[in-house]
Write a protein that binds this ligand. Structure first.
Ligand SMILES: [Zn+2]
Length: 540
């Protein structure tokens, strides 16, 4: 789904990234309980929506934790050691092991006793009954689409329900950024540490998203078709004409990419990066394809596009360009190992060969694909040479669930002689972690618990009725785990959630605001016309 339509009417939330850098540093700093409380903490009712999204009120969460005798954040100078834990590394699952984190990096992994001897002054995070796993990497999200939860999942793609009024058109002021913040909170709680937000106009919500503490890739997308604005539908295909491309639209999109890159790439001590994106095969000219790739190469970035996500898209490309979407991209030099193409649901053998030969990465949104009634040919893409990463797409931002659906649907799609043997949960975890790290161009620093890598990790409470006994913790967790098992999320060496408390933004207020806005908007949508739900005939 393309979000220029969703984001257009909203937001003037472009905050100075330098000012914002100072603010996040403050939010991450341990505070003394003697410090005067800020105005917003003293009088929460006075928090404006802008202040709310910028993290006001999160300091209160940090204070509460400190009052219980626990530091909210590790200090730069002092290491933190997660002790006596089960540690999931790429090569082995270690028992009674410890992970030492110094500043933003994993400094050591080993037997608890020896790590504690080496880091005698470290703060201890007691890990008995806990598992440490690498944070998940979501390579394809449209966070603002949280607005359409409970609607957009059930009408095919593109959405075939004809609403009298588009919900996104009813967002006001900073409500788009609010939807992005609530989606980001869901992502954190479900184990995501890195997220690729794919839309047009990310600058308007960039500060709010960065404030959540997530490691972000802003994939700012451009299109230059004048007469195709979004994903092709069967009706759109029936009345379609040859695409007309606009140099003005192209220049505007490339300017947005360049502006966002200048303002945000490398911000938050490198926690934010900016990639260029072409929105869709059906809205992109050869010139724009070449420009997006050239920008990525000039700045050593990845880049992305939606690819082969519907039959209507494939038919449109064949009708008007004489080529299926992957062949069109190949002809104009767009395929390659920097590209992570989202979806690849409707690809034939020749498409798969082209994608594999070019080592194009495929971002697989298994749960959204299943929603749309399709299982992409991931086994064939993988066999052809495409690295696989995972994403959520819209409405949900729960990559943990998407990873589980990826495992289950790939088993169905493979139809092996012994069905249910491959992929294994360890393989699914690899796609959702190191596969994602490769897609975002950070394989050397993200994607696994290894010494020298960034401290992006989850603490999973394994003393739960659905996780004990566990023959293999990775298998038990992926098959049976629940998001609420995740008690702590560390990103870049900072606690973004600790003991199930979000520390970067005021979660309760953001959720309450999002609920209020959502109720208002859906009431307006329903007042404009009933939503026809194509249910089966009811038995009586
Ligand atoms: Zn998408």
């Amino acid at each position: 789904m393309i979000l220029d339509v969703i984001l257009d009417p909203i937001l003037d939330l472009i905050l100075d990234p330098i000012l914002d850098r100072r603010r996040v540093t403050e939010a991450h700093m341990p505070r003394s309980t003697n410090q005067p409380r800020s105005e917003s903490t003293r009088n929460p009712a006075n928090i404006t929506r802008r202040k709310l999204l910028a993290g006001a009120g999160a300091g209160a969460a940090a204070l509460l934790l400190e009052q219980n005798g626990v530091r909210a954040q590790p200090s730069q100078a002092r290491a933190i050691v997660f002790s006596h834990a089960t540690v999931v590394t790429p090569d082995a699952v270690l028992e009674d092991a410890a992970v030492a984190v110094q500043a933003d990096r994993i400094a050591a992994i080993g037997p608890t006793d020896s790590i504690l001897r080496t880091y005698a002054n470290a703060e201890i995070y007691e890990g008995r009954g806990k598992a440490l796993v690498p944070g998940l990497i979501n390579c394809h999200a449209h966070l603002a689409a949280t607005l359409e939860r409970g609607f957009n999942e059930d009408f095919g793609f593109p959405n075939s329900a004809r609403l009298a009024v588009r919900p996104a058109s009813l967002l006001q002021g900073e409500e788009g950024a609010l939807m992005i913040s609530v989606g980001a909170l869901e992502a954190i709680r479900t184990g995501t540490t890195t997220i690729v937000e794919n839309s047009a106009g990310i600058g308007r919500a960039a500060a709010a998203l960065a404030q959540t503490g997530l490691r972000c890739v802003f994939a700012e997308s451009a299109r230059d078709s004048e007469n195709v604005a979004g994903p092709m539908s069967p009706e759109g295909l029936a009345k379609s004409e040859a695409p007309k491309f606009s140099a003005k639209l192209r220049d505007e999109g490339l300017q947005r990419i360049n502006d966002l890159f200048t303002a945000w790439h490398g911000a938050k001590q490198g926690r934010v990066s900016v990639f260029p994106a072409a929105a869709l095969a059906e809205t992109t000219s050869p010139e724009l394809l070449r420009a997006v790739r050239a920008f990525a190469e000039a700045h050593d970035l990845g880049y992305t596009i939606h690819l082969s996500q519907s039959r209507a898209e494939v038919d449109f490309m064949v009708r008007h360009h004489g080529l299926r979407p992957p062949a069109f991209l190949d002809k104009h030099g767009f395929l390659g190992p920097r590209l992570f193409a989202a979806h690849c649901r409707y690809v034939d053998d020749a498409d798969i060969a082209l994608l594999g030969r070019s080592r194009t990465i495929v971002s697989h949104q298994a749960a959204m694909a299943a929603n749309r009634g399709v299982i992409p040919p991931i086994p064939a893409l993988r066999a052809a040479g495409c690295p696989i990463a995972n994403g959520t797409d819209n409405n949900t931002n729960d990559l943990f669930e998407a990873m589980r659906v990826a495992l289950l649907t790939e088993r169905i799609r493979r139809d092996d002689p012994i069905p249910g043997l491959r992929p294994q949960p360890e393989d699914a975890l690899e796609d959702a972690t190191s596969g994602g790290a490769r897609a975002v161009g950070q394989a050397a620093s993200l994607g696994s618990l290894e010494v020298g890598k960034k401290a992006d990790l989850l603490v999973v409470d394994t003393l739960r009725a659905h996780l004990v006994p566990a023959g293999r913790i990775v298998s038990a967790w992926i098959h049976n785990g629940q998001p609420s098992d995740i008690e702590t999320v560390m990103i870049d060496g900072q606690f973004v959630m600790r003991n199930r408390k979000i520390l970067t933004v005021d979660e309760d207020r953001i959720v309450a605001e999002a609920d209020r806005v959502g109720r208002r908007i859906w009431k307006q949508v329903q007042a404009a016309g009933a939503i026809a739900i194509p249910r089966r005939p009811r038995s009586r």
